[in-house]
Design a protein. Structure first.
Length: 752
């Protein structure tokens, strides 16, 4: 197959170029169809109970998403400031731009009767009386009275585009308040504000990281080949492969999320390896006096085999993400795998065609270019000698490091939270920190969806009992601070009682419809559905998981009671939704997903290598550098104190897919020299390290350089992904240059 591809590129270079151009035009159109998303729910499959309950609440009741406006001044209880806040609220309620976006607005002036008819002194006295009498006022006015909050409940039932538009308009409205009141400062924060900041950082990272990756690759290619066309041709291949990958994203309808910020730089870092190996072999053959056509064909026929193996194993590494429960990880694996395939195809077809057209005028001359001698050659010579004389200490040392790293894996932790993708200097994060400094940790909300005959005494008593059992759970140490429900609302409105008949309950509900319609609509959805809200006071995602587990255990217990008149489940799972529940499910998926993808990648890679090299033992030896690299990764995580998150959980399988490329090139060249050319194992290892070592060192340098560029990201998880990947790929290079040759020598001696 590879030989036919090489012949086609030799005979019809213009046809190959024209075909690539047509496909590129098609993919450019696909790239224009991409949408951007930063919704937390997108990290889980739609069939998860937490996602279904959250979506149902958003679709039916408009959800429970809140935006917070922080007002700061010398004294927010001054009459002028109170009136300014009340007027600002009123403009939000009356502004046609917010009619569908805002469900309701709340702040402390809402509790003051006849606000506009009071004198300044009367108004300030009324405010102080409210602060003294009602504990809930502490949710709106800070203890030192220099900060106030306006709580805006947003209709999250709206499409994401309308939510973005409404949140941007709310920010502009807040800026207008700021400008009109020089003594006051107003800032926005909340989940939607954080989404806007996240998307802004995604756009910034795309503008910075991709050009930075390109510059890093240009520098390394120039240092390696010192020929401008040897920089331009690989970039043409990489650029087209990236466009094809992005076009595929648009055609299949995958939204661009924060996970994909690293996608293009990663593909550039992987794909450049293929072009380096082809160019290196092309110059190796042309220096023997072969024509450009014969050099191109021979480079594809020889190195092309190794490249096809590396492409297969890299695609396997990314394909292992397909068994993940997290859709963004699945999509990342699919897109990265398709990008690798596209660049492999272009490297073995378009690149040889371009080389033939470029060099056909100088076919009779030996081509200049390739990897020159220098410091790298000296280092490789030392490695070669070390492998020849110290293979046993090398293998023992690698084993000791591996055991220590595996022990470190037992202490690793996991993390997942939306704001972990934002830096502390992001406006929404900085404002939220101010809010929490003045008002304490802002609670998040979990909710339980109950379905059945809601307005019956039995149903309301069960809801009320469920709330109390959760609050009184011994595990609940200030995790679940408050509950709200229709039962609790009726209990308070009747002075501490739940009516004993349905008719009496209907009377109370009718009264609430007239007096507090917005509040009633929070709890009652139609006639047969109700929402129970639980305020989660947790500073870490682990505490969110603990709180969610408490709620789920009680809901499951109540749902299984024979006397329970309500359905509290969805497809047999507790009907618990909300951001803490979603974060809890993501957190619980990280380790199993990482474990499963790693095991699948290792098994498939080892199987492919065993089939290709016709030896199960040789296949396992070929996979050993990447197995060691991902195990050493655990030691690095422990040493740096980094937890596992949805980004760096991909590093292991990613490193297996990328790092195995080095091992394949070493093993393939060793087999070629030892089995085909009949050289001794020692001589074969020497030739392999001196020739393939140069190419894989250059390839590793470009890949590591691209991942180091990711550390420039303003999103901490993306930066850590880049840094950790660079370290693990460096481990893979060390394994391929030191550990693998030692193992191959031992294998060859055993065979002889």
């Amino acid at each position: 197959m590879i030989e036919k591809v090489a012949k086609a590129s030799e005979k019809r270079p213009y046809t190959v170029i024209a075909l690539c151009g047509l496909i590129t035009l098609f993919m450019v159109y696909g790239a224009t169809q991409i949408t951007i998303s930063s919704e937390l729910e997108k990290f889980l499959p739609e069939e998860y109970a937490s996602v279904r309950v959250t979506n149902e609440l958003e679709n039916v009741a408009g959800g429970s998403t809140n935006e917070i406006i922080l007002i700061e001044g010398d004294n927010v209880t001054k009459a002028s400031t109170v009136r300014a806040i009340a007027e600002f609220e009123d403009t939000l309620r009356r502004n046609q731009e917010f009619q569908t976006y805002i469900k309701y607005v709340r702040s402390f002036p809402d509790y003051i009767e006849n606000l506009w008819s009071l004198s300044d002194a009367e108004l300030e006295k009324s405010v102080q009386s409210l602060l003294f009498r009602y504990e809930e006022m502490s949710d709106f006015v800070s203890e030192n009275q220099n900060s106030a909050l306006i709580n805006v409940q947003v209709n999250s039932q709206l499409p994401e585009s309308d939510l973005k538009r409404g949140t941007k308009a709310l920010h502009l409205h807040t800026e207008g308040f700021d400008e009109n009141h020089p003594t006051l400062e107003a800032k926005n924060t909340g989940m939607l504000s954080m989404r806007l900041d996240t998307e802004a950082m995604m756009n910034r990272d795309n503008r910075i990281l991709i050009p930075a990756a390109i510059v890093a690759i240009i520098v390394i290619l120039f240092l390696v080949f010192r020929r401008l066309s040897d920089i331009g041709l690989p970039f043409l291949v990489l650029g087209l492969g990236s466009v094809w990958m992005i076009g595929t994203m648009g055609f299949v309808g995958i939204p661009f999320t924060m996970v994909f910020v690293a996608l293009v730089p990663i593909i550039l870092g992987i794909g450049i390896d293929y072009t380096i190996h082809i160019l290196n072999r092309y110059y190796e053959e042309s220096k023997k006096g072969l024509t450009a056509k014969k050099s191109a064909v021979r480079s594809v026929n020889t190195v092309g085999v190794a490249i096809s193996l590396t492409a297969i194993t890299t695609i396997i590494g990314f394909g292992s993400f397909g068994i993940s429960d997290l859709p963004p990880i699945q999509n990342f694996g699919f897109l990265a795998g398709s990008g690798v395939f596209f660049i492999f195809v272009l490297t073995t077809t378009l690149l040889p065609s371009l080389l033939i057209l470029r060099d056909r005028e100088g076919e009779k001359k030996k081509q200049k270019g390739g990897l020159e001698k220098g410091q790298v050659i000296k280092i490789l010579s030392k490695i070669e000698k070390g492998v020849q004389h110290h293979k046993r200490p090398v293998l023992i040392g690698a084993g000791i490091i591996t055991v220590l790293s595996m022990i470190s894996a037992a202490g690793l932790t996991t993390t997942m939270n939306f704001d972990t993708f934002l830096t502390k200097d992001a406006d929404s994060v900085a404002t939220m920190e101010k809010v929490e400094d003045q008002f304490g940790k802002q609670t998040m909300t979990n909710f339980v969806l109950a379905e059945g005959e809601i307005k019956s005494p039995e149903s309301l008593w069960h809801i009320y009992s469920l709330e109390n059992s959760i609050k009184s759970d011994p595990r609940n140490e200030d995790l679940i601070t408050d509950t709200k429900s229709l039962a609790e609302l009726i209990w308070r409105s009747t002075g501490g009682n739940i009516p004993s008949t349905k008719a009496e309950i209907e009377v109370v509900v009718k009264k609430l419809e007239n007096e507090q319609p917005e509040l009633l609509n929070m709890f009652l959805i139609g006639d047969n559905k109700s929402v129970i809200y639980f305020s989660i006071n947790s500073e870490t995602d682990k505490k969110m998981k603990e709180a969610t587990d408490i709620i789920r255990s009680h809901v499951e217990n109540y749902a299984n009671r024979p006397s329970m008149p309500l359905n509290l489940t969805i497809d047999g799972e507790p009907a618990v939704g909300g951001s803490p529940a979603i974060i809890s499910d993501i957190l619980g998926s990280i380790l199993p997903n990482m474990r499963n993808s790693i095991l699948l990648a290792i098994i498939l890679v080892a199987a492919v290598l065993a089939l290709v090299f016709k030896s199960a033992l040789l296949g396992l030896i070929g996979a050993s550098p990447v197995i060691l690299a991902f195990l050493w990764e655990f030691g690095v995580l422990k040493a740096l104190g980094w937890p596992l998150d949805v980004m760096n959980m991909m590093v292991s399988a990613l490193a297996i897919g990328i790092g195995v490329d080095f091992a394949i090139h070493v093993t393939h060249r060793f087999q070629e020299e030892w089995k085909v050319n009949g050289k001794s194992p020692e001589e074969s290892i020497s030739i392999t390290i001196r020739n393939v070592g140069k190419a894989i060192t250059a390839a590793a340098a470009t890949t590591i350089g691209v991942f180091v560029v990711l550390s420039l990201s303003r999103m901490p998880p993306v930066a850590r992904l880049g840094e950790l990947s660079a370290i693990v790929i460096f481990f893979s290079l060390l394994g391929a240059l030191i550990v693998l040759p030692s193992a191959l020598l031992a294998y060859a001696k055993l065979n002889e």
